[in-house]
Design a protein around this ligand. Structure first.
Ligand SMILES: *Cc1c(COP(=O)(O)O)cnc(C)c1O
Length: 404
């Protein structure tokens, strides 16, 4: 296996722009760090020793390739051939580890001994702490104080894995504040520190780099479909979108195949007009967040608004610039599912296929209700994670269902 970069009008140009989106909107003090990363990362990733180390760990530590499962009963229900890409079966339970392994191998090659990251719900923090433990690197995770209180199990996991969890005490004490703290740390420690971003967001080259590490997902789908169906191209690929990394990975090797419909599913929360939502493309406007230009959920004064979704992983007020560009260019289609629609989809998948999905991934499944298929359509749903972490939400729903 090899990480295969493709040329595509939908990916970033030299300057890191995706159409009118992307770029690197950063304080001057960060410029040297970003310049250094941009100049070396591709060279390192393309060496044979890097590729070998990356795919060795994906195989022997993560358990890749993840299976592509034909979902027979779900297919019958929706009248199409539905396949599930099983990122839920990865070590640590989601696609996030693909990216963390890539970036930590890169950090080691750059001679960095100290890894910093920010996390909202803690899932990216756990993935980072996991691989730091494996590699014996120091790991510091910034997390808003409010989030630390809300996400006790993930905080415990990170600490058990040897990471230091540092509370961000400014603002609402959530993800945005943790990001500011992490950036401040990186500015103060440019020599020995690597800043590990968990999705296809942040300043160039992060969106491009994270998409490349996650592209193993679509690379595998192509060969798995060729084997199962005698053709590499599905008719649809569906993925949930928070920052957009699992979707970017599932779309990547289909970007130039315009017969493949790329569908991103945002979290509508209580509804896109409710004020309690995380559907950025639907409700956001063009703005700058986390060093990159994209759609951002903001108020009339341009202040970022707190998003809401039942799923912690989709609860983000921005979206990666790749997806903004896919939307603006109409190469991708972005729909949304509410909390309840996601819960219903999670229960349906569990009943029909014996798979309890992450509540994030359930949003992608919920979009099956909104599409009209022909009998022979091949539909791939990226099952980004497993549902163990969401049992509290599922137990509450179960309670309601048992009373009916
Ligand atoms: C973090 C997470 C997401 C959302 O992140 P993306 O970068 O949009 O992929 C989706 N699904 C699961 C299971 C996650 O843990």
């Amino acid at each position: 296996m090899k990480l295969k970069r493709i040329e595509s009008p939908y990916l970033a140009n030299e300057a890191g722009n995706y159409g009118e989106f992307g770029g690197a909107w950063i304080p001057e003090m960060l410029q040297p760090n970003i310049d250094n990363l941009r100049e070396c990362y591709l060279q390192i990733i393309e060496t044979e020793s890097f590729q070998k180390a990356f795919f060795h760990l994906l195989k022997t530590y993560v358990g890749r390739p993840s299976p592509l499962t034909f979902a027979g009963r779900l297919s019958e229900r929706y009248g199409a051939k539905i396949y599930l890409k099983r990122e839920d079966l990865n070590h640590t339970g989601s696609h996030k580890v693909n990216n963390t392994i890539g970036q930590i191998l890169l950090a080691k090659q750059l001679g960095k001994q100290r890894i910093i990251a920010e996390t909202g719900a803690g899932q990216h923090g756990v993935a980072t702490a996991t691989v730091c433990a494996l590699m014996g690197l120091q790991c510091i995770v910034y997390m808003g104080e409010t989030d630390i209180k809300r996400q006790a199990p993930n905080v415990a996991r990170m600490r058990m894995l040897g990471a230091e969890v540092r509370p961000a005490m400014c603002g609402n004490r959530t993800l945005k504040d943790a990001t500011n703290e992490a950036l401040r740390d990186w500015i103060s420690n440019p020599e020995d520190t690597y800043y590990l971003i968990g999705s296809v967001v942040g300043p160039h080259p992060y969106p491009e780099m994270v998409a490349l590490f996650q592209s193993v997902v679509s690379d595998e789908i192509r060969s798995q479909l060729a084997e199962a169906e005698g053709r590499e191209l599905p008719d649809y690929v569906l993925a949930c979108v928070g920052g957009g990394s699992n979707a970017a990975g599932a779309f990547y090797h289909f970007l130039n195949d315009t017969s493949v419909q790329l569908i991103g599913v945002e979290a509508a929360g209580l509804g896109v007009d409710s004020g309690e939502t995380a559907a950025t493309i639907t409700t956001g406007e063009v703005g700058v967040l986390h060093g990159s230009k994209s759609y951002v959920m903001q108020d009339h004064d341009g202040q970022v608004v707190e998003p809401y979704s039942i799923s912690a992983g989709l609860d983000y007020p921005g979206i990666g610039p790749l997806h903004a560009h896919l939307h603006a260019s109409q190469r991708g289609r972005f729909v949304h599912a509410t909390d309840q629609q996601a819960l219903d989809a999670a229960f349906l998948l569990t009943e029909l296929e014996g798979i309890i999905p992450a509540i994030e991934s359930a949003h992608a499944l919920a979009a099956l209700e909104q599409l009209r298929f022909s009998q022979n359509d091949i539909v791939v749903v990226n099952l980004s994670g497993r549902g163990d972490k969401d049992m509290e939400a599922y137990m509450a729903e179960l309670e309601i269902r048992l009373k009916k």
